[in-house]
Write a protein that binds this ligand. Structure first.
Ligand code: ADP
Length: 478
């Protein structure tokens, strides 16, 4: 085996240690995927409460008497095959709430907390720790946007990945000093953003390359409808902007071996029927036509408000809907109202339940994803793999991964779902009716299900694209 190259990944979350969203899945999956490409990736995250307990053979590899106001150290340990560098800074990260907020809202010192993480990451990149010095640094989202900025002028290349541009790390300019920045950094070609500081913009300005999690989202980000004020920056950096799809964990999400369901395969899709029966019972449903599922954060981004005004004709035609999600109060209320209005046809569970989500993909005929924007999206990929055909808005990663049924794609035996456009209630309503008519032609439906299940959404292809990008950037630096 040849010598492994070295890359440091820096993020605010990573499975299996801490997760609030898809970011953690990606950060936790990349090291395994890149190992096969000749790159050893270590992952640096904050030591939130409980994180150190999960690290095996942890040892101190760096320390400071004063990191943003108090002592801190970097603990290196393993979780499974993953090598983790956990920043142990109790004054910043040892808290009872989540990574970013508690019941009282966002932590007031989020700027300082993630500036500290970024500062230490830049230090690790420069000097190396534990006998290991990375050749390149890969950071994720606003929390680590200051890493490339702090590394300006060094010979260490950096990549920043945008997982969701809605979160920009905006802080008042009064925080400049507290974030280790000066007036000189506060420029239009620097960290300044509409009179504030944006740590995401800092990363976008300073990184050698920018990636986002689907090719379509990369294009969308350069347009005002999607760029959320950063479209100008991304247009300027268009040459260095790449769209690389997220993969899924094909072991956890394998309908043939999934311990949470009654297993089935593309060869024996009739067995999927058992799962549908279980699911209907669990949600008190009695549905004759296609059973759609929705598993989502219940927020404006996810287009939850479009469902109630769109769904009636679908239900009249025999369809049903099972919802699992939590989020904004208005959206939870809208879903509960729908269930009350259509007993036996719409069932709703408010909450977050990973195991139930497996049973839903296994039992559902279709997964509904009406997002207004979707950087990559994972639920449509799980749906494809479990023969639960996606019905999605034509945006971002949804458009890149689902082939919508049209006369042409049906004739070409390529269709794997329903894609609707524009993202409004009328188009969604028509999409849902299209789903019913596709479902009614049983032979055709089965063919679509089998095709969807056979597609490969593992990490191999994307990992090789990241590896190629690291190769290019490190050879430029020589
Ligand atoms: P986002 O990261 O914007 O929330 P993604 O589709 O990229 O959207 O990832 C969401 C992930 O969270 C998926 O793995 C999805 O199955 C899961 N998920 C979302 N809501 C729930 C829930 N209420 N219960 C279980 N899993 C959920």
């Amino acid at each position: 085996m040849g010598k492994m190259r070295k890359v440091l990944s820096v993020a605010s979350e990573s499975v299996p240690l801490i997760k609030t969203g898809g970011l953690a899945d990606v950060v936790g999956a990349l090291p395994g995927a890149l190992a096969g490409q000749g790159w050893e990736m270590r992952v640096m995250i904050p030591a939130y409460r409980g994180v150190l307990k999960s690290l095996k053979a942890a040892k101190e590899v760096w320390q400071s008497a004063d990191l943003f106001g108090a002592p801190a150290r970097l603990m290196q340990g393993k979780v499974g095959a993953l090598v983790v560098l956990a920043l142990d800074a109790p004054h910043l990260f040892d808290r009872t709430g989540g990574p970013y907020s508690d019941n009282a809202g966002d932590y007031a010192d989020n700027g300082e907390r993630f500036a500290a993480l970024s500062y230490v990451a830049a230090e690790v990149a420069r000097i190396g720790v534990g006998g290991w010095k990375p050749e390149i640094v890969h950071v994720h989202d606003w929390q680590t946007g200051l890493v490339p900025w702090y590394l300006r002028g060094s010979d260490i290349p950096s990549v920043i990945t945008i997982h969701n541009i809605a979160f920009q790390g905006r802080f008042a300019r009064e925080k400049l000093g507290a974030l280790g920045l000066t007036q000189a950094d506060f420029q239009r070609d620097g960290v300044e953003f509409w009179g504030d500081i944006s740590t995401l913009k800092a990363g976008l300005m300073a990184a050698d390359a920018i990636t986002t999690v689907s090719p379509r989202y990369a294009d969308e980000l350069m347009r005002p409808e999607f760029g959320m004020g950063l479209e100008g920056v991304l247009q300027m950096r268009a040459r260095d902007l790449h769209g690389i799809l997220n993969g899924i964990d094909t072991e956890t999400w394998n309908p043939e071996t999934d311990p949470h369901i009654s297993p089935f395969s593309a060869k024996k899709i009739a067995d999927k029927g058992n799962n549908r029966r279980v699911l209907q019972e669990e949600f008190n449903l009695d549905v004759k036509g296609p059973l759609a599922i929705l598993i989502s954060r219940l927020t404006d981004q996810k287009g939850i408000d479009l469902i109630a005004p769109a769904i009636e004709p679908f239900l009249m035609a025999g369809g049903g809907l099972a919802v699992l999600g939590s989020g904004d109060r208005w959206a939870e209320a809208a879903m509960l109202e729908l269930a009350a209005r259509y007993p036996g046809q719409v069932g709703v569970k408010i909450g977050y339940d990973e195991v139930l989500s497996h049973r839903m993909f296994a039992g559902g005929d279709a997964v509904l994803v009406p997002s207004r924007f979707e950087p990559c999206g994972l639920t449509q990929l799980y749906g494809l793999r479990y023969g639960c055909l996606p019905i999605v808005a034509a945006v971002g990663g949804l458009a890149d991964t689902v082939v919508g049924a049209t006369p042409a794609t049906m004739a070409a035996k390529a269709a794997t779902g329903v894609v609707f456009h524009p993202v409004d209630a009328l188009a969604l309503q028509q999409g849902l009716l299209k789903l019913v008519s596709l479902y009614e032609d049983r032979a055709q439906w089965r063919a679509m299900v089998v095709r969807a299940m056979k597609a490969d959404w593992g990490w191999a292809q994307s990992a090789s694209r990241y590896a190629a990008l690291y190769d290019t950037l490190t050879s430029n630096a020589d």
